[in-house]
Design a protein around this ligand. Structure first.
Ligand code: UD1
Ligand code: UDP
Length: 353
């Protein structure tokens, strides 16, 4: 079986690393990196730390508005797909790279497999929501992390090729947690003590592109009265720089950290504040309480279990969540057993026969 995998953004490197390892045991994988993320700390560090093979193609699309970025990906991918003639095109998550990969494949009549299918925020102003819906509707195999995603697809009439496999990010967490414990020196480097700091990430366009909102979030962090570690996404770094926002003394603003350091920071944080999708789940797997800085989440199971609260960016709600979080006594296995990658490869094999 020949699989062409499309990646481009940070969370996709983590997801593809897990599946790629299993896939390459018995099959051929052609890896296409769109170049959506390109800074060393947004891309290469993940290839190095997670042992992802060098991409066969790097489209070097880089940053641009949605249409130009997605359009360039389409233009640059089509000849590669035509030349490689894969049995499947495998796409991950909900970025512009996901949509572009799926669209090129479906137009060339190449079957599309979507990992992390069926997630919905029900907020169509989010670029990711459009990417998810469109990708799911042109996919032949849809790999869902949990039942809710299957239900979401059913409501849209998508029932064929839908499978619950668990979450490939959990596979990655299980595989790399030991390395994080053994090799990460991030706590001493940043002068942190376990459970005595908050970890925050903010990169969602809706929180960052509106300067007043970003200012409000960072001012709130400054008022929390605890150390806040903030590995800053380049989108956010640029917005802070352009608007000249000053950073509170309790905030340790650092460059994006590698995956191994990030896992160790997540595990040892007293609490996580984030608008990231992946980080909400990782918080859950490490039993670190999570405060989600959005008005809705796709990962509703983490909220229902009591380990995640969705508060938006209103100051009082954030402060209350951080100071009054009540830690639940149980933490069920919400997103599978850590064998999602194996299940995905087996299902692709069965469909190929
Ligand atoms: C993208 C995804 C988002 C995902 C996130 C993961 C889309 C629409 N959004 O958002 O779903 O959660 O990746 O991190 O696909 N930049 C750099 N260096 C880089 C990458 C980006 O400087 O290596 C800067 C550029 O100024 C760029 C901005 O960050 O314009 C935003 O990057 P982009 O890839 O467009 O969106 P993300 O916010 O990263
Ligand atoms: N991550 C990382 N370093 C950072 C921030 C995030 O390694 O400085 C990892 C994080 O552990 C998770 C993934 O990147 O595995 C999530 O990516 P991001 O938050 O950018 O995207 P999202 O999941 O929101 O799409």
């Amino acid at each position: 079986m020949k699989i062409l995998t499309v990646v481009g953004a940070r969370p996709q490197f983590v997801k593809a690393a897990a599946v790629s390892r299993v896939l390459r045991e018995n099959h051929t994988e052609v890896l296409v990196h769109t170049g959506q993320h390109y800074d060393e700390r947004m891309s290469e560090v993940f290839f190095r730390e997670l042992g992802i093979p060098e991409p066969d193609y790097n489209l070097e699309v880089g940053s641009a508005g949605h249409s130009v970025q997605t359009g360039e990906m389409l233009i640059r991918m089509e000849p590669i797909f035509e030349k490689e003639k894969p049995d499947w095109v495998l796409v991950y998550g909900d970025t512009n790279s996901t949509l572009a990969g799926a669209l090129v494949a479906v137009k060339l009549h190449i079957p599309v497999a979507h990992v992390e299918a069926g997630l919905r925020s029900f907020n169509r102003e989010m670029p990711e929501e459009i990417n998810r819906v469109l990708t799911d509707h042109v996919s032949d195999m849809l790999f869902c992390p949990a039942q809710k995603a299957v239900d979401n697809l059913k409501l849209e009439g998508v029932t064929s090729g839908v499978h619950i496999v668990g979450d490939v990010m959990y596979d990655a967490v299980l595989r790399h947690s030991e390395a994080a414990e053994k090799h990460s020196s991030v706590l001493s480097t940043l002068g942190l003590e376990s459970k005595k700091y908050l970890l925050a990430t903010v990169h969602r366009a809706s929180n960052v592109d509106d300067t007043q909102k970003l200012l409000h979030i960072l001012e709130t962090f400054a008022m929390l009265g605890e150390t806040v570690v903030l590995p800053v996404h380049p989108r956010t770094r640029k917005a802070i720089h352009l608007s000249g926002i000053s950073i509170g003394e309790n905030i340790k603003l650092v460059e994006p950290v590698g995956y191994i350091d990030m896992l160790w920071l997540e595990k040892n944080a007293r609490m996580i504040l984030t608008d990231s999708g992946g980080v909400q789940k990782e918080a859950y797997w490490f039993a670190t309480p999570c405060v989600t800085l959005r008005e809705e989440t796709e990962w509703v199971e983490t909220v229902q279990s009591g380990w995640n609260v969705v508060v938006g960016v209103e100051r009082e709600r954030i402060m209350r969540a951080v100071h009054e979080f009540s830690i639940p006594s149980t933490r069920p296995n919400l997103f599978g057993d850590g064998d999602a990658s194996q299940k995905i490869v087996s299902l692709l094999e069965s469909a190929h026969k």
